[in-house]
Design a protein around this ligand. Structure first.
Ligand code: ADP
Ligand code: ZN
Length: 299
C-alpha cells in the first residue's frame, strides 16, 4: 500500500553536508543544506529546519557510514566507526526521532538513493537495480527481488578488491583499511592524490579517465555478475563528468567478453548504465522514500 500526499521529511546525511527536504515527492520538494561539522552544531540546525516547515508525518534518513542497521541492536541507527570527529558511535536516528517525534526510517545513503530511483526516478518498475556513488568515497546500494539488500551488516561495494596492475598504475591507493580497493583507487580524493590536482581540474583529455573507467568497469562487472541487476545507476561528484559514461559502458561490455549475452547489456548499454534521473536530489528523495516506509510501518 502506498501512502500518498502526506508531508514527509528526508535527510541525506553526508560527511560534508546534510541535505534536508520536505515534501510529498519530487514535485513539491523543498530543500536546505547544512554543513556537517559536529553533531552538537549540525543536528540542532537540521531539527530547526524541520520544525520551521510545519508538521511532517514521518522522516527518512540516508546516512554516511558505516552505520548499524540491525533493529535488535543497542546501537541501531548509530553511525559506528567513522573517523569524522564527533560522529563515531553517534545515535543519529535516535537524536532526530527524539527531537521531532515522528516515525523515522534509517538506512545507508546509497540504500536510500536506490530507493529514490525506484520510487520516482530511473528504476521505476524494476525489481533489481544498483546505485553507486563515486564521490569523496565510493558506495553502492542494491535492490534485489524488489527488496533492499542489507545482509549481515550492509553491502560495502565501495571496498571491492580489484585486480591492480602496478606497472600501469603504481599508485598504492588511499583506503586506510585496504589501500588499493575500489574506493582507494577510484574515489575523488584518490584521483587528486594520484594526479596531483583536484578531480574537478583534470580535463576531459587527461589519462586519468581511462584508468578511472577501467576500475569502475571492473567493479561494475563484478556487481553485475553477482547480483544481475536490470540497471546500474552511477552518481556522485566524479560522475558529474558525463564523458565517463561511454568509456565505462565500453569497459563493462569488453570485460564481460560476450559471456553475459542479454540485449539489455549488449544492445542497450546506454540505458543499462545511467546517471540518476533524480539528479542531485537522488539522496534526499531517497530519504523521502524511506519516510514513506516509516509511515507504512507505523500504520
Ligand atoms: P560527497 O561524496 O562528499 O557527498 P560528492 O559526491 O560531490 O560529495 O563528491 C565529491 C568528490 O567528487 C570530490 O573528490 C570532488 O573532487 C569530486 N568531484 C566533484 N565534482 C566533480 C567533477 N565535476 N568532476 C570530477 N570530480 C568531481
Ligand atoms: Zn577499502
Amino acid at each position: 500500500m502506498r501512502i500518498l500526499n502526506e508531508m514527509l521529511g528526508g535527510i541525506e546525511a553526508g560527511g560534508t553536508k546534510f541535505v534536508c527536504g520536505v515534501g510529498t515527492g519530487p514535485d513539491d520538494l523543498k530543500t536546505a543544506t547544512f554543513r556537517t561539522t559536529v553533531p552538537e552544531e549540525t543536528i540542532p540546525e537540521v531539527v530547526a529546519f524541520f520544525q520551521k516547515q510545519g508538521a511532517i508525518k514521518a522522516l527518512g534518513i540516508g546516512s554516511f557510514g558505516p552505520v548499524d542497521l540491525r533493529e535488535e541492536s543497542k546501537s541501531f541507527g548509530f553511525i559506528t566507526s567513522t573517523p569524522k570527529r564527533g560522529w563515531g558511535n553517534y545515535d543519529l536516528k535516535g537524536s532526530i526521532e527524539r527531537a521531532l517525534k515522528v516515525p523515522v526510517q534509517f538506512d545507508t545513503d546509497v540504500n536510500a538513493a536506490i530507493r529514490g530511483e525506484v520510487r520516482w526516478g530511473g528504476a521505476v518498475g524494476l525489481t533489481d537495480a544498483v546505485y553507486m556513488t563515486i564521490g569523496t568515497g565510493v558506495g553502492g546500494g542494491a535492490i534485489a527481488h524488489g527488496r533492499i539488500v542489507h545482509g549481515l551488516v550492509h553491502p560495502e561495494m565501495g571496498h571491492l578488491r580489484l585486480p591492480h596492475d602496478r606497472e600501469r598504475d603504481p599508485f598504492p591507493g588511499i583506503c586506510p583499511y585496504h589501500g588499493d580497493c575500489l574506493e582507494g583507487l577510484a574515489c575523488g580524493p584518490a584521483l587528486q592524490a594520484r594526479w596531483g590536482k583536484p578531480a574537478t581540474e583534470l580535463g576531459e583529455g587527461h589519462e586519468a579517465w581511462a584508468l578511472e573507467a577501467h576500475y569502475l568497469g571492473l567493479a561494475l562487472v563484478n556487481i553485475l555478475l553477482t547480483l544481475s541487476p536490470q540497471r546500474i545507476i552511477l552518481g556522485g561528484g566524479v560522475m558529474q563528468n558525463q564523458f565517463l559514461f561511454p568509456i565505462i559502458r565500453a569497459e563493462v561490455v569488453r570485460m564481460l567478453a560476450g559471456y553475459v549475452r542479454d540485449p539489455e547489456i549488449l544492445e542497450r548499454v546506454d540505458e543499462f548504465i545511467v546517471p540518476p534521473r533524480l539528479g542531485n536530489d537522488v539522496g534526499v528523495l531517497g530519504a523521502l522514500a524511506l519516510a514513506e516506509e516509516a509511515l507504512e510501518k507505523a500504520a
